[in-house]
Design a protein around this ligand. Sequence first.
Ligand SMILES: Nc1ncnc2c1ncn2[C@@H]1O[C@H](COP(=O)(O)OP(=O)(O)O)[C@@H](O)[C@H]1O
Ligand SMILES: [Mg+2]
Ligand SMILES: [Zn+2]
Length: 511
Amino acid sequence: MALGRTLAVSPLGMSGHLVEVEAHLAASVPGFTLVGLPDTALAESRDRVRAAITSSGLGWPQRRITVNLSPASLPKAGSGFDLAIAVAMLAGAGVVDASRTAGVVHLGELALDGRLRPVRGVLPAVSAAVAAGRPRVVVPEANAAEALLVPGADVVAAQTLAEVAFRHGADIPRPERTAAPPPGPPPERPPVPDLADVLGQHEARAALEVAAAGGHHLLMVGPPGAGKTMLAARMPGLLPDLSDDDAVEVTAVHSVAGTFDPAGGLLRRPPFEDPHHTATAAAIIGGGSGVPRPGAASRAHRGVLFMDEAPEFSPGVLQTLRQPLEHGELVIQRAGGAARYPARFQLVLAANPCPCGKAVGKGLGCVCPPVVRRRYWSRLSGPLLDRVDLQVEVHAVSRVQIGGTEAGEATDAVAARVRSARARQAERLAGTPWRTNAEVPGHWLRASLGADRSLMADLDRALDRGALSLRGVDRVLRVAWTLADLAGRPTPRRSDIGQGLLLRTRGQVSA
Ligand SMILES: Nc1ncnc2c1ncn2[C@@H]1O[C@H](COP(=O)(O)OP(=O)(O)O)[C@@H](O)[C@H]1O
Ligand SMILES: [Mg+2]
Ligand SMILES: [Zn+2]
């Protein structure tokens, strides 16, 4: 009996496990069995591998073929095992040199004509291979740029199965390569719009700056046309570049999601995701057959998840956000195990004040029955709003005001203040599990205010009046720390707490 071996990677969430692919070829009644493969995409692999080998002119071995993927206990999904299965078989049949294939990782889906198709999740798969001490990887050409982003990887790019076989010593004419398209300039990532475009809106701009500086979640409530969507889209521009580790992690999420274009290199800017309010829970948290795709909440990892018209999202979707808001990750349960994707995003919510949109100020123009208004707001349940430190009203800027208002401060200037505020937090929070004020729990905030009880006086009064809940007090304190960081003060002072109270003008919604 002849034996061929090679390696592949089974992706699971953000990690991957090396899988050994073994092909046994016995001189018996011809047949082809794949052992222990629950996923249907993988079962279809059998047909693709057979067609690809035949059409590549490599000859289908007339043997009893058994392909085994081990360890058997690992869940295996997706079409990325095609190439490894074909290579193991060719090694077992003696078509390629078995000693050359054994320690090499092969990733890629096969088209029926033998071409190699790119697969999702190459970045985490190659990282896993390198981490397991198997840096040599063969990938479809379309995935090569992405695989090359992994430090230490020894990447071979191939266009076809025949090309891979030739490299591994198959006795066939050198396959012709289709000329690669000339490398163009890296793709233009859509430019992030600038804050200079926003006229007036001093309070809303301040709220946006504080949110960016302290990592706070933000709710903006205002009538249609007030500029909520416009402001939210400018949030990522205020956030600092991703650290190296974060850049790799964010890029890996987008690699698995299939939303990453490697030509521009690692993703260095915080992502911005704005799912529509009709989105399903799966679209937000992730799912799908085979290798589960990360949803919008994970694609927004280390960036901004913007939910426009937030109360219009289905209650189920809003409920599912509690898990990532609490734990910073999403766990998608699968028959074969749980896929974990990070999901530590900044939540920006926009909402009309009521379904008709007119309940602003005294709300005189609003035609919504009170019960309708209550139901509208009850969707953004307490547990969700409890985590939103900044809750502000945004008022429409009148045309007269726009006419007389000069351009607002530009993104660059605001982003510079945000950067130094973040640096102060990093210094103060060094050695804690938290990076930004938004993550710091209330007791720690209160303790670090020190003995100056006078600072708490205003908050105590608001608490006594019933204008603030205890959680509300913590939210104001977190914001006050961020205001102090923005102003370059070592601790908040009374005015920061006053300003913190003002930055929750929608307090009545959730207090
Ligand atoms: N403060 C502002 N400065 C400049 N343009 C504004 C401002 N507010 C609103 N606009 C204009 O009105 C449009 C609608 O704003 P939008 O952000 O969609 O409002 P909302 O999301 O609150 O309904 C914007 O595209 C922009 O052209
Ligand atoms: Mg809008
Ligand atoms: Zn109304």
